[in-house]
Structure formats: structure tokens, C-alpha cells
Design a protein around this ligand. Structure first.
Ligand code: RBZ
Ligand code: NIO
Length: 338
């Protein structure tokens, strides 16, 4: 930590301790407020607006899902029509939504409001060989970076849609953490025990093609999805633009792990919003040293958990910006914090 950062962390702590409350009594909301203050470089931070970017793409491993591949395309229509869970939560918390076609299978989607950044018509089957080319990884990261950098809202939330993407996310996460894929494999959209055993065996086979530990570009090339790679790029772009980066569940977590591997500095922008019920998410969070805000047994993706956490982040920033100090309010302070 450089001296300026140390001083500013101290100044932020002093501002928090000067508020009309026993020191530390707002628990983790105080840490959240301090994070946002440091990110924005002000003791009066603001997180009033939020934009959710939903990245959609298809996977060569879609057969490992409990649902058919065409659901990805159909859900893009549902997002655009405002009928998905993420659409409803976005309205409920006052967030805007952008839907991005990162590579849905079949003919290019054409719909009003859809942002087209297609890298291909779905990835290749990672059980057999690389999911995409190195050029496609770069293209996806770059397209994402530009989209993330272009977010004008104070907070950027990240969601995804892609049948089969819990398989892809498990492999990417395993290689980034240098861990066996088995414990990261989960039921996704709701596999039964036989489906789960089949998925685990398939992913263990796929993982065996490559070294145990890989960097983000290699892991994304071998096992990624276009939406996961583009989301990783978008997280980097938004973090560099000093937006709060709201990380959703397991799949967004794999994208976040990729972004962190490419630039550990983007950590200061990231808020891990919830612990998904998907089996591997606990291990991924632990591997990243992240303690999420919420634990609601969600297992949907789309950015739903990120949207639910947004009001907490908004309230944390407002607390630091608006709460009276002991001095302002004429309230007697207790003993010095420490
Ligand atoms: C109707 C429907 C809406 C969804 N919204 C998100 N997902 C979630 O489920 C998928 C991942 O699970 P798996 O790897 O098992 O396919 C992703 O598309 C994810 O966003 C959905 C899944 C379905 C079926
Ligand atoms: O946590 C997630 O992102 C998730 C879990 C299950 C299915 N789809 C997404």
C-alpha cells in the first residue's frame, strides 16, 4: 500500500468513526462504504445508479444441462420483453438493463435493444478440444472491456445466460485456482443424481486435457464461454473506470476470477454479492478470499443476486455521505475507537 492510500484509508475510517453510532456498529456496511469511498476517492461516495449487463452465449457442452440449448435464445427474448427474474429485480431496485449477444447459437439475433457483439454461434465442445481460439478470447475480452468502460452508472452489475455455462464456469474456475474440477461441479439448472455424475465424469475428462493450473487467457480458450470471457473483459473495463463491480453468482464468479488473474487491481472495485447454491461457488469464493454479502440460496444467475445486493451498496455509500457526525449533530461521542 502506498502512503497516500494508507492515509486515505485512515481518513475514511475516521469519517466512519465520527458518525453518530457506536464505532463499527453498522458491521460489514461500514467496510462496504469504505471500499466505495476508496474507489471513488471521496469520503462522500455515491452509488445511486446501476446498470446490469447480461451476456448471453451458447456452449458446446450444452448437453450437460438439464435444459435444452434453445432456452438461451428464448431467454434473450424474455430479457428484452422485461419478463425474466433479472428484468423484474432490475425494475424493483431501479437498475437499467443491457442485453448483449456474445455468441448465441444459430442465426444472429436481431431485436430492438439487443447489443450484438457475437464472437461465434456458440463455443466448440470443450470435452473434445479448445472451446474457442486465442483470437476469439482476445476479441471477447476487448468487446467486454469497451462495454464495461462505457457504463455511465455508478455501479455495473454483471449477469449471464447460457445453457451449459455452469460446466464451463466449473472448468475455468478449477484451472484458475489450480484445483480438481470435481468439487466445483454442481447441478446447474437442476440435474438429478445420474445427470450430476455424468457431468462430473465429463468435466473430469475435459480437465485432464490441460495442466492443473492455467492463466485466464488459456483457461478461457480451452473451457470458456463467449459470455464468460466478455463478462471478464467488461469487469476489467468497469473497474478501470472506477465503477462499483457487482459480481453475481457462480458463473459471474468464474468471470471475476478471470478478470482478477488478468489484473489483480480490479479487486478494489469488486463486490461479491451473494453465495450461490451451486455446489462449487463456496470453494470458488474461498479460493478468491471473498466473503459475499448475501446468502439466499439463489441458483439462477442472470445477475439476480447482484441486483438484490445493489440497495445495500447504495445504502452503504449514502450512510458515509449523509450521516451526521457527533460534532454536526451535537451528540456526545464515547471513548475513542480502537
Ligand atoms: C429458464 C431458465 C432461465 C435461466 N436464467 C438463468 N439460467 C441459468 O442456468 C444456466 C446454467 O445452468 P446449466 O449449466 O445447468 O445450463 C445459465 O443459462 C444460467 O444463467 C437459466 C436457466 C433456465 C432453464
Ligand atoms: O450461481 C449461478 O450463477 C448459477 C447457478 C446455477 C445456474 N445458473 C447460474
Amino acid at each position: 500500500m502506498d502512503v497516500r492510500a494508507a492515509l486515505s484509508a485512515q481518513a475514511i475510517q475516521a469519517a466512519l468513526d465520527g458518525k453518530t453510532k457506536p464505532p463499527g456498529s453498522l458491521g460489514r456496511i461500514e467496510g462496504l462504504a469504505a471500499q466505495v469511498a476508496a474507489l471513488q476517492g471521496t469520503p462522500a461516495p455515491r452509488v445511486e445508479s446501476c446498470r446490469l449487463l447480461i451476456f448471453a452465449a451458447d456452449h458446446g457442452m450444452a448437453a450437460l444441462s438439464a435444459f435444452p440449448q434453445e432456452v438461451t435464445r428464448q431467454m434473450v427474448g424474455n430479457f428484452l420483453a422485461g419478463g425474466a427474474a433479472a428484468s423484474v429485480f432490475a425494475r424493483a431496485v431501479g437498475a437499467e438493463v443491457t442485453v448483449v449477444d456474445a455468441g448465441v447459437a444459430g442465426e444472429p439475433l436481431e431485436a430492438e435493444g439487443l447489443v450484438s457483439r457475437r464472437i461465434g454461434a456458440g463455443t466448440a465442445d470443450a470435452r473434445e478440444g479448445p472451446a474457442m481460439s486465442a483470437d476469439q478470447v482476445r476479441e471477447a475480452l476487448e468487446a467486454g472491456r469497451a462495454l464495461g468502460a462505457g457504463v455511465r452508472a455508478d455501479a455495473a452489475a454483471f449477469g449471464e445466460m447460457g445453457i451449459g455455462n455452469t460446466a464451463s464456469a466449473a472448468l475455468v474456475a478449477a484451472k484458475l485456482l489450480g484445483r480438481p474440477v470435481g468439487p466445483l461441479v454442481g447441478r446447474g439448472t437442476g440435474l438429478d443424481d445420474a445427470g450430476l455424475a455424468r457431468k462430473r465424469a465429463a468435466l473430469e475428462g475435459a480437465a485432464g486435457r490441460c495442466p492443473d493450473r492455467m492463466g485466464a487467457v488459456d483457461a478461457l480458450r480451452e473451457y470458456g464461454g463467449f459470455e464468460i470471457a466478455m463478462m471478464a473483459g467488461a469487469m476489467l473495463g468497469a473497474a478501470r473506470a472506477r465503477r462499483v463491480v457487482l459480481v453475481d453468482g457462480f458463473i459471474a464468479g468464474a468471470a471475476a476470477a478471470s478478470a482478477l488473474d488478468l489484473d489483480p487491481g480490479c479487486r478494489e472495485a469488486m463486490v461479491f454479492c451473494h453465495r450461490s447454491a451451486e455446489a462449487g461457488h463456496g470453494a470458488l469464493l474461498e479460493g478468491l478470499g471473498a466473503e459475499p454479502l448475501l446468502d439466499l440460496a439463489l441458483r439462477l444467475g442472470e445477475g439476480t443476486g447482484a441486483l438484490l445486493a445493489f440497495p445495500l451498496v447504495r445504502a452503504a455509500a449514502a450512510m458515509l455521505a449523509e450521516m451526521a457526525s457527533f460534532e454536526d449533530a451535537g451528540v456526545s461521542a464515547g471513548p475513542p475507537a480502537g
